[in-house]
Design a protein around this ligand. Structure first.
Ligand SMILES: O=C(O)CCC(=O)C(=O)O
Ligand SMILES: [Fe+2]
Length: 246
């Protein structure tokens, strides 16, 4: 552990947050979504305390003061709390990819450990320069899409307040309507991922370009382990980097 701390200090400097990790929630746990290359989920990325402070910071922006407003976008200079979030993302990815069990190390099944983000993405500056905050009321979601090509590879989504199931479908299989018709088709893959409050999704490579993601919160469609999820307000923060135009 001391070695980890030292390494973090070297890479991220004295101000590294890892020193004051919430003792209630000390270790974020990463899960690779096996069916989809480049899709990773970090549960417990933000401690409950940190989640509340990010929600307050988002609401303090005043973007959602009117009921009709449910999305805010920022380009370029991001608010301080979003810059902090970006640093925490870089640190959490770095810790998992290079410290806990470095990539290229041989895993128990004889393979090599895949990385969450390739280094050219992890170390680009800035890591993110575009922000979308979505506020969803119960029943509201987002239809199946691939994020626009004007954004680079390597996208982060932080979930807050209410759990939901995000479904991934391969691009060539068409939208969710078609998938619905072909529910029993053996080639049709619809991969559900449970996004709990405080979790972080990282999409890169195939997950970013070859899979659509969607959240359908219509009644009866938010099922996890045979139970329908309770729906409340949900806030998501999507962080991306605009492609350079020469
Ligand atoms: O709300 C979410 O979790 C996803 C948002 C999203 O996919 C987007 O803004 O492109
Ligand atoms: Fe998206």
């Amino acid at each position: 552990m001391e070695n980890h701390k030292e390494l973090l200090r070297e890479v991220f400097g004295e101000s590294s947050d890892s020193e004051d990790l919430d003792p209630q929630n000390p270790i974020p746990s990463w899960e690779q979504i096996k069916e989809i290359n480049g899709l990773w989920l970090c549960r417990g990325f933000l401690s409950p305390q940190h989640q509340s402070s990010v929600v307050s910071a988002v609401l303090n922006e005043g973007w959602f003061n009117e009921d009709s407003h449910n999305q805010a976008m920022r380009f370029g200079d991001l608010p301080a709390w979003a810059i902090e979030l970006s640093s925490s993302i870089r640190e959490a990815v770095f810790l998992e990819d290079h410290v806990s069990e470095p990539i290229n190390s041989v895993t128990s099944n004889g393979g090599t450990k895949p990385c969450i983000l390739p280094s050219n993405l992890l170390w680009r500056e800035p890591l993110f320069d575009q922000l979308i905050v979505n506020l969803y009321h119960p029943g509201e979601g987002i239809c199946a899409h691939v994020d626009l090509m004007r954004f680079e590879d390597g996208i982060g989504i932080v979930s807050l307040e209410s759990s939901c199931v995000m479904h991934f479908t391969r691009v060539e299989e068409g939208g969710s309507d078609i998938v619905e018709h072909r529910e029993n088709h053996p080639l049709t893959t619809k991969v559900p991922v449970l996004l709990t409050p405080g979790s972080l999704v990282i999409m890169s490579r195939e997950a970013r370009y070859l899979w659509k993601h969607e959240i359908n919160r219509k009644p009866g469609l938010q099922m996890w382990e045979g139970q329908e999820l309770m729906q409340d307000r949900r806030i998501s923060i999507t962080l991306r980097k605009l492609c350079q135009v020469d």
